[in-house]
Design a protein around this ligand. Structure first.
Ligand code: NDP
Length: 298
């Protein structure tokens, strides 16, 4: 796209703009904090988020703790449910039922993955779609296709927000997504299509992947495969969004994009860590705020 190439020229021939997800997420948290103050003063409402964790998965425990800390930072009310791994599905459903009817709670998040004996779909389906701040309820997924869901899934929505805040034009762009998962690739495809991109979704059966990715004005890597996007798979001037969070043998994080090979070709690129990751948490706060705002207006 001419505009994207122009952006690169503006930045200097060999300069790419490294998208700072930490900075944007921080910006969003301070905006939300200000809006929460106003909502409280004007309507007496404090956004409330309930986070439910079943079991002892160490990564999930960290995610839940961070989500609670984020809530504190922006002035939300939050409630944590830490349930043992052998919790029965019916108990979990009963808690969700209570939270659905609880006026202090505007968002309900069930941390995934759930233990094997619990039917994940039954649990997600039980959440009131208005309180489904993860955007995983079938109502919200269906509405993503036909327009106007209550909530959008946080990771793809975070990508849209990053593109917006860096003034990257989506309309008319060739967007290529590598990965078709229900939580990233598929919802992102729909969000980009809604915003008038021409969207291609790739997966493990895609033929000549490099040929397809080289056509991208906006290339999103969401495969969970360490540094699979090499320099020769990216067109000069493309916007490259790396969703991958992979661990190297030495314990360090790496994305799906070979950053050092791609950075000089891209007009914009997200690093890992510090790109898409922080936005996912920020969008959860944004969704919860919007849910509270919706309630305050009814
Ligand atoms: P999944 O494993 O559910 O999906 C991966 C997708 O990528 C599949 O569609 C798969 O194809 C495709 N794929 C995998 N390898 C290749 C390949 N070599 N060539 C082409 N396609 C490939 O992953 P998720 O969507 O859950 O996550 C993707 C990555 O994003 C992970 O690294 C994850 O950690 C990260 N992530 C980051 C988040 C964040 O907040 N930043 C949030 C969520 C995920 P097929 O369908 O054919 O198997």
């Amino acid at each position: 796209m001419a505009r994207l190439i122009k952006n690169k020229e503006l930045a200097g021939k060999d300069m790419s703009i490294i998208i700072d997800g930490n900075r944007v997420a921080q910006e969003m948290r301070s905006e939300i904090k200000d809006k929460v103050r106003v909502l409280h003063e004007e309507r007496g409402t404090i956004p409330g988020l309930a986070v439910i964790l079943v079991g002892e998965d160490p990564a999930s425990r960290i995610y839940v703790r961070k989500k609670t800390e984020d809530c504190e930072e922006v002035g939300f009310y939050s409630r944590e449910f830490k349930l043992p791994a052998d919790t029965e599905e019916s108990r979990l459903l009963a808690i969700i039922d209570e939270l659905n009817r609880d006026g202090e709670i505007h968002g309900i998040l069930v941390q995934l993955p759930l233990p094997k004996h619990i039917n994940r779909n039954a649990v997600l389906d039980a959440i009131d779609p208005r309180k489904d701040v993860d955007g995983f309820h079938p109502y919200n997924i269906g509405r993503l296709f036909t327009g106007d869901p209550f909530h959008h899934a946080c990771t793809p929505y975070g990508i849209i927000e990053l593109l917006k805040r860096y003034n990257i034009e989506i309309e008319g762009a060739n967007a290529v997504i590598v990965g078709r998962s229900n939580i990233v690739g598929k919802p992102l495809a729909m969000m980009l299509l809604t915003r008038h991109a021409t969207v291609t979704v790739c997966h493990t059966r895609t033929k000549n992947l490099a040929e397809v990715t080289r056509r991208a004005d906006i290339l999103v890597a969401a495969a969970g495969s360490i540094e699979m996007i090499k320099g020769d798979m990216v067109r000069e001037g493309a916007v490259v969004i790396d969703v991958g969070i992979n661990r190297r043998d030495n314990g360090k994080l790496a994305g799906d994009v070979a950053f050092s090979e791609v950075v000089d070709k891209a007009s914009f690129i997200t690093p890992v860590p510090g790109g898409v990751g922080p936005m996912t948490r920020a969008m959860l706060l944004s969704n919860t705020y919007e849910a509270a705002l919706g309630c305050a207006h009814h």
